[in-house]
Design a protein around this ligand. Structure first.
Ligand SMILES: [Fe+2]
Length: 338
């Protein structure tokens, strides 16, 4: 009898345990935006599913997932670079998901064909130039910045930064490693100063007259223009945006995205969260909140994004940015771009 009671007790607690699990997910994310918190709150209100957020650097989260293995509490991994998503997939940390909704709403180049990760917001790596000293018809492509006329005029951050590594991966995909190394050396020759600081710092340096063109992500210009700091707003106002490589392959872009972890114990809830992120409602929040572009078609851009205009996106499958990340680092290490 006692034995039966104990068994009953344990099955009862297991049942309680699985109920407790059933209404939550644990999200490992690199993103730290208040607007993500607002989206999560909306999701919880709509579905009753609680989201436990663990926020850290992408590499740290990847290491943690590897170390935790099947015991990881994580249901979803989220980051701001497709290369890192692909790295997590290659490391066997994600599981495939077949969702017609996600396939239908996310462009093919922005998701893993096997469903291990999905991009939900997009950013372009563009040229922000000094309106006073540069005109748009002087600009053309990433490659053309290697020309001698740009000597001492280019601002770009360090090659250790993932945005530059992903840009480099796209250059390798187009020109091979030798062409890419030549390009890196020429860009390095044309830099206004040795690489330092963030994307926003590059634009601040252009505004201060240190150079004329900065290579940066679109949303950082949005952040400057909407800053609470009037100095940063005037930095933003002194700059114009140019989408490079429109004549040929298109501008290099990247996505924030997420995938369901192999260890997930709440897969159904995690799928619901992914599908929520790609819903019209959630997609519509990105342009205003983070100045990222929605990935789903038919979702309205912000006034600022509309003022920047439509542009041709490099159709390169973004998983390539992960596959070529090591090559990109090697090219940088063999070049003068520190
Ligand atoms: Fe960023």
């Amino acid at each position: 009898m006692i034995r039966q009671l104990i068994v009953l007790f344990f099955s009862f607690s297991l049942l309680i345990g699985s109920f407790a699990n059933a209404n939550e997910i644990t999200l490992y994310t690199q993103r730290h935006y208040d607007s993500d918190k607002a989206l999560i709150a909306q999701f919880t209100e709509k579905t009753g599913i609680k989201v436990n957020v663990v926020q850290a650097g992408a590499d740290e989260l990847i290491e943690r997932l590897s170390a935790e293995g099947d015991n990881s509490p994580a249901d979803m991994f989220m980051t701001v670079d497709a290369g890192r998503l692909e790295r997590a997939k290659t490391a066997g940390l994600l599981q495939p998901l077949d969702s017609d909704l996600l396939k239908q709403r996310i462009p093919v180049s922005f998701r893993d064909p096997e469903g291990h990760w999905f991009g939900f917001s997009m950013r372009a790596r563009i040229l922000a130039y000094a309106k006073e000293r540069v005109s748009a018809d002087e600009l053309e492509s990433y490659e053309a910045l290697a020309n001698a006329e740009w000597r001492g005029r280019i601002l770009v951050r360090s090659s250790s930064n993932i945005y530059n590594q992903s840009l480099m991966a796209s250059i390798i995909a187009e020109h091979g490693v030798i062409g890419a190394r030549d390009w890196a050396n020429a860009i390095s020759d044309n830099m206004a100063r040795p690489p330092q600081g963030s994307d926003r710092d590059q634009m601040r340096a252009v505004a201060a007259g240190l150079g004329d063109v900065a290579i940066v992500n679109t949303y950082y210009l949005g952040l400057l223009l909407n800053s609470t700091d009037p100095k940063d707003r005037s930095v933003g106002e002194s700059l114009a945006i140019f989408f490079p490589n429109q004549e040929r392959r298109g501008t290099h872009v990247n996505v924030s995205g997420a995938g369901i972890t192999k260890s997930s114990k709440n897969k159904e809830n995690a799928v619901k969260f992914l599908e929520f992120l790609i819903s019209d409602g959630a997609q519509a929040t990105f342009p205003a909140a983070t100045h990222e572009y929605p990935v789903a078609k038919g979702v309205e851009w912000s006034e600022l994004q509309k003022s920047w205009g439509e542009f041709k996106v490099d159709p390169l499958y973004l998983g390539v940015l992960g596959d070529l990340n090591e090559a990109a680092i090697r090219v940088f290490n063999e070049s003068d771009w520190r």
